[in-house]
Ligand binder design. Structure first.
Ligand code: 0WE
Length: 258
């Protein structure tokens, strides 16, 4: 078992019990990490209630609203971490959004606002959170983000999200280069398709999963907990020599040409 005791971990991107971030949070918790959880607030407080109930068994010591489109919420999240924890060791970035109409049809019809929205929420947010985390990672740290093959190869309908993930993967390398001297490592996990709140809203996701089950070397898809295990590894001292990398947790699908 990996040992993350004494480490403070901020986990973003939990929406429900299918979230990849939820799989990661559970594994970090079982390795002994102290958790802080952020959620996307809505005006009726539904998300806050739902996520609070879900994460209760992990007894997070911080539970904070954080919409990455809101600079004040980001500032306040990291101010609270500075105040309550004093230092941060682990940052998990599991955030992405594109307008639904930009995840289907002709890529050349992507609107300017749709492009900006996808890149702001899915790509810029990593840069921004890493910048805010840097001064708090006083004893070094580990930043992990989630990416997808659609940022490297064309996946039908992934469209603007592919550009966002390409930018995210390159951001991992630039951040790793900048933060390495502070012993802060930055890595990405490229997960195979998983049924989540986000992916279930995508037409044809079940067909994609079925395809992966037939073609991937392991003849199956991966689970949120398997992604969580890879994230726990990246965050542990066992990965002390690894930064700037993209690790495929995809049952081997990425190696196949046909
Ligand atoms: O990165 C993702 C999900 C990204 C995503 C999904 C949605 C659906 C609902 C971002 N924004 C939204 N916005 C919505 O309104 N994945 C890797 C899952 C995914 O999304 C796809 C996929 C796969 C796989 C979209 C098209 C094709 C395949």
């Amino acid at each position: 078992m990996l040992n993350l005791t004494g480490k403070n971990a901020l986990v973003t991107g939990i929406a429900n019990n299918r979230s990849i971030a939820w799989g990661i949070a559970q594994q970090l918790h079982s390795c002994g990490a102290n958790l802080g959880i952020t959620y996307l607030p809505d005006d009726r407080g539904k998300m806050e209630k739902k996520v609070a109930e879900l994460v209760e068994p992990l007894s997070p010591s911080l539970f904070l609203p954080c919409n990455v489109e809101n600079d004040e919420q980001i500032q306040s999240t990291f101010n609270t971490i500075a105040e309550k924890w004093g230092k941060l060791d682990i940052l998990i970035h599991c955030l992405a959004f594109a307008n639904k109409e930009d995840l289907t049809g002709n890529f050349s019809q992507t609107s300017r606002p749709g492009f900006n929205k996808a890149l702001e929420v899915s790509t810029y947010s990593l840069i921004q959170l890493a910048g805010a985390a840097k001064p708090l990672m006083k004893e070094g740290g580990s930043i992990v983000t989630l990416t997808y093959l659609g940022g490297v190869k064309v996946i039908p309908n992934y469209n603007v999200m592919g550009i966002a993930k390409a930018g995210l993967e390159m951001s991992v390398r630039y951040l790793a280069s900048e933060l390495g001297p502070e012993n802060i490592r930055v890595n990405a996990i490229s997960a195979g398709p998983i049924r989540t709140l986000a992916s279930s809203a995508v037409g044809g996701i079940l067909d994609m999963i079925h395809h992966v089950e037939q073609v991937a070397p392991l003849r199956r898809t991966v689970t949120q907990l398997e992604v969580g295990n890879a994230a726990a590894f990246f965050c542990s001292d066992l990965a002390s020599g690894i930064t700037g990398q993209v690790l495929y947790v995809d049952a081997g699908y990425e190696i196949m040409g046909m």
